[in-house]
Design a protein around this ligand. Structure first.
Ligand SMILES: Cc1cc2nc3c(=O)[nH]c(=O)nc-3n(C[C@H](O)[C@H](O)[C@H](O)COP(=O)(O)OP(=O)(O)OC[C@H]3O[C@@H](n4cnc5c(N)ncnc54)[C@H](O)[C@@H]3O)c2cc1C
Length: 375
């Protein structure tokens, strides 16, 4: 795969777009698209070549998420989380864990999800309240994760739990079929991202041996900061700038196509031209800073963190602003849902609240720029 963005666009046209509307309308996980993501190699994008993957990194992760989000925000978001989870296994997992999970992804099209947030600590997902009791090589877990995207569809769930070392956390892998694991899918009724299947996961005395822990005891925070943060936050930037770009496409096509009885179109009206220009401006700026953040992150540049945080904030805000303007361009047709604009606007609203939320990130950005500690 040489040009991940273009190959992602081609893939999305054939295997994502046909399901996008149904994904939202029926609040249905994009299973068909995920099956194809496996068959066409996208699920193994970040798996190292020596394990049979494509060996790509942060830049290609952003490109793939962007390309998919330009067709379906839900599919892009679920895919993005799979990549983040894979990266934790890749950077910190034991060879045994890598072989098991990478083989399942490559040979059986299995995928991963993040079960981090809890009802109590909410947006501060790196402070788990669930319990983890250690007995020799075994740990027994109890608690509830509040919103788990791809719940019941993913085969492996990364779970943050307290470490035996005071104040530290661990990152674990829970296989779907683990005894004591259950999901309550009746609780997912999102405003947007309706196909995400983001229901709670109940963990009732789940017992696992230490081979399911990713990395050494107490290394969870380090994984959250060095792996989850760059891949997740850049990935969110890509998902929401892709959503904004999708809005531009819908609004500009509509402006050109919508004809009045005298033969003129919406695109002939100056105010509409200004709206289209502004939608493009916001979407293109979000996309540009996201790709630049991914490039800086991949090269370990000094200002990468600031760029990554900025990208996610700019993209979340751009998607909502593009949606607001696109509704004005779309008029009654957008409001009455004959255009997908309102769906895209509903999807866009998830951007500002997904942890770490845009407000929390705004504080982190200020800290990063002034040399303060980020939690
Ligand atoms: C579509 C979608 C998919 C999701 N998928 C997953 C998933 O796969 N895995 C997962 O683990 N979680 C997932 N989540 C959960 C998400 O990441 C958050 O943890 C969750 O939305 C927090 O909700 P809450 O009501 O508990 O927020 P609260 O913690 O109650 O926060 C409420 C509001 O207050 C603001 N706030 C709180 N503290 C601060 C602060 N210190 N500074 C500034 N503002 C603050 C927040 O920005 C937020 O908007 C998903 C959420 C959405 C919307």
């Amino acid at each position: 795969m040489n040009n991940v963005y273009q190959e992602g666009k081609d893939f999305a046209k054939s295997y994502i777009l046909p399901f996008t509307e149904m994904t939202d309308k029926e609040s249905r996980f994009p299973e068909e698209s995920f099956k194809k993501l496996g068959e066409k190699g996208f699920l193994k994008l970040l798996i190292p070549k020596e394990y049979g993957g494509l060996g790509k990194g942060l830049e290609e992760h952003a490109q793939a998420c962007l390309a998919f989000a330009e067709a379906c925000s839900t599919t892009a978001l679920c895919y993005m989380m799979h990549n983040v989870a894979l990266m934790c296994i890749q950077t910190h997992g034991s060879d045994e864990l890598k072989r098991r999970i990478f083989t399942d992804v490559i040979e059986d099209g299995k995928f991963l999800a993040l079960a981090y947030s809890e009802f109590g600590s909410g947006t501060h997902f790196y402070i788990p309240e669930m319990t983890a009791k250690v007995n020799g090589d075994y740990t027994t877990f109890t608690g509830t994760k509040s919103m788990v995207t791809s719940a019941t569809y993913a085969s492996y769930y990364l779970v943050l739990a307290p470490s035996v070392e005071e104040g530290k956390i661990n990152n674990w892998v829970f296989p779907l079929e683990t005894r004591g694991l259950s999901f309550d899918m009746s609780k997912w009724n999102g405003l947007g991202m309706r196909g995400n299947s983001s229901g709670p996961m109940h963990i009732d005395h789940v017992t696992l041996d230490s081979s399911f822990r990713i990395g050494v005891e107490g290394s969870g925070q380090e994984q959250v900061f060095n792996v989850v943060a760059p891949f997740f936050v850049t990935g969110l930037g890509a998902v929401y700038s892709g959503t904004a770009m999708h809005m531009f496409e819908v609004a500009s096509n509509h402006a050109v196509d919508r004809q009045y009885p005298d033969g003129t179109t919406l695109a002939n009206i100056e105010t509409i031209q200004v709206h289209i220009g502004n939608i493009y401006k916001h979407a293109a700026a979000a996309r540009a800073i996201t790709l630049e953040a991914a490039r800086a992150g991949a090269n370990g540049e000094a200002d990468a963190l600031a760029k990554i945080l900025t990208a996610r904030i700019v993209a979340s805000e751009a998607a909502i602003e593009c949606g607001r303007l696109a509704m004005r361009v779309g008029g009654g047709k957008a409001y009455n849902k004959s255009l997908p604009t309102e769906r895209l606007l509903r999807d866009a609203y998830a951007g500002q609240i997904m942890a770490p939320s845009a407000d929390v990130l705004a504080v982190w950005l200020g800290k990063a720029l002034t040399g303060q500690m980020i939690p």
